[in-house]
Design a protein around this ligand. Sequence first.
Ligand SMILES: Cc1cc2nc3c(=O)[nH]c(=O)nc-3n(C[C@H](O)[C@H](O)[C@H](O)COP(=O)(O)OP(=O)(O)OC[C@H]3O[C@@H](n4cnc5c(N)ncnc54)[C@H](O)[C@@H]3O)c2cc1C
Length: 517
Amino acid sequence: MTPPGISPRRFEEALHAFGAAIGDGNVFAAEDDRIAYSDHYSADETRQMPSAALAPASVEEVQAVVRVANEYRVPLWPISRGKNFGYGGAAPALRGSVVLDLSRMKRIAVDEENGTVLLEPGVGFFDLYDHLQDNDIPLWLSVPGNSWGSVAGNALDRGLGYTPYGDHSARICGLEVVLPDGGLVRTGMGAMAGGKTWQLYRHGYGPSWDAMFCQSNFGIVTKLGLWLMSAPETVVGVDLEFDQPDDLGWVVDTVAPLRRDGVIQQSPSMGSWLRSAAVLTTRDEWTDDPGPLGDSVIGAIRDRFGIGWWSLQLRCYGPREMTRAALDVIKRAFNARPVLAMKEARWERGDSPEGSPLTGVPVSFPLANANWHGGRGGHIGYSPVLPPKGDLAIEQFRRTHALYQRYGFDYHGSFAMGERSLTNVNQVLFDRDDRDMMRRMDAFFRALVADARAQGYGEYRTHIEYMDLVASTYDFNDGALRRLNEKVKDALDPNGIIAPGKNGIWPAALRDQAHEA
Ligand SMILES: Cc1cc2nc3c(=O)[nH]c(=O)nc-3n(C[C@H](O)[C@H](O)[C@H](O)COP(=O)(O)OP(=O)(O)OC[C@H]3O[C@@H](n4cnc5c(N)ncnc54)[C@H](O)[C@@H]3O)c2cc1C
């Protein structure tokens, strides 16, 4: 396999040139390598299979790779650790691109006093957690439900965690970026050689560029500054269960003002009964019926795990006096409401860490939900953003639930409550070996995107297969945003070598590859 438009002989030459730049042992172009860097959650791993992968170890090597890529017109798909499961894993949007695997770049520099870290893309959540623990640094990180990935990669894709620092891209402070022409830039206060406030002041002087390198293909991030939270004195909260699907509405209306006003500092996620069941059991333990799960099965699952139709965990972080007062306000808000169960949770400095993303502890056990259907499992993420209003949340739930039923999937939705938005995170679980299910999956996903668009909602992030489809829903003024993105792309990357197709942004030469829209 070769990148589009490149002959096998020319690609062979390019691979030699890459080998000369980073060492032949760091060029991976065998069949097994291509499979390793494909999307293991895809119905057909060959659809977005890369032609090879390269693993540079330093910023100078990244620059050298980019220069070779320009010479041979080889498209590069940068990944930090490539664990973007549900959104494409390590695989590129454009089949035949060469994956640029930055996972060997693993430097960590923590500023303990100011609560910041400057890290390279290969640093995983477990690496950073271990670094903080091993060195007794009283800072906490925020981790996603699958913490196998990279701190930088997740933030660059605008990933979410569950502590007050859970909006990861919002905590970025200063980047180092290799531009598509091989040049090197530092953003914000890092633009000053020897500057002392790179990780401390976000805006810099003049335009701010950090956000431009999130969910884009305008450069390769080789260092990322991030703010970390001070280890709090206490974490207190409540684990809440709700009996009825429609409880979603009043719960959203109860939590939204508390979240907006900062009484609740993290973005809590209200998840349905399948969230626990799919991680801890498989579907065939509950039923042989391939049709929609009925109330009796749902009831049995809820009984086994002692959960409601929805579960919600709220946490407050900080000094004892403050968290106690915040918890009182939260409990008052839920007072006299139809809460099925409420259990208090409490952690104090000195206790052994609660092994959960709520306390910034990385976990990988949620990956087990891929086993729900049996076979070679996987899921696809579908995550439209809504206003934080209860009636709209209920309507969203009813419409999507009906679509789940129509296309024959088990409802697996949750609602993440941001400061002024509500993200309906769905992990649509499937069995990749079930061809009929995978055919239905594609039609289902397209129906979900169309449904959100009709309501005026867009996805915050999507799978590589659907990046054009979702980009096409951002259609104000006949797609003005897409045209702006393309102008910037063509100016910075005239050879179109960085991540063609990422988030629906194609370089001029490949624009006909935009297979959707
Ligand atoms: C069970 C389960 C639960 C999950 N829970 C969550 C969750 O709670 N929150 C969440 O956010 N996600 C979640 N995910 C999705 C995903 O697994 C994580 O977001 C994961 O952290 C992404 O992988 P990564 O960090 O290795 O990033 P990567 O795969 O390395 O990067 C993601 C994308 O960002 C871009 N990129 C990466 N590095 C660079 C760079 N250096 N320069 C330029 N562009 C770059 C690339 O386009 C890349 O494809 C979950 C997935 C599963 C399976």
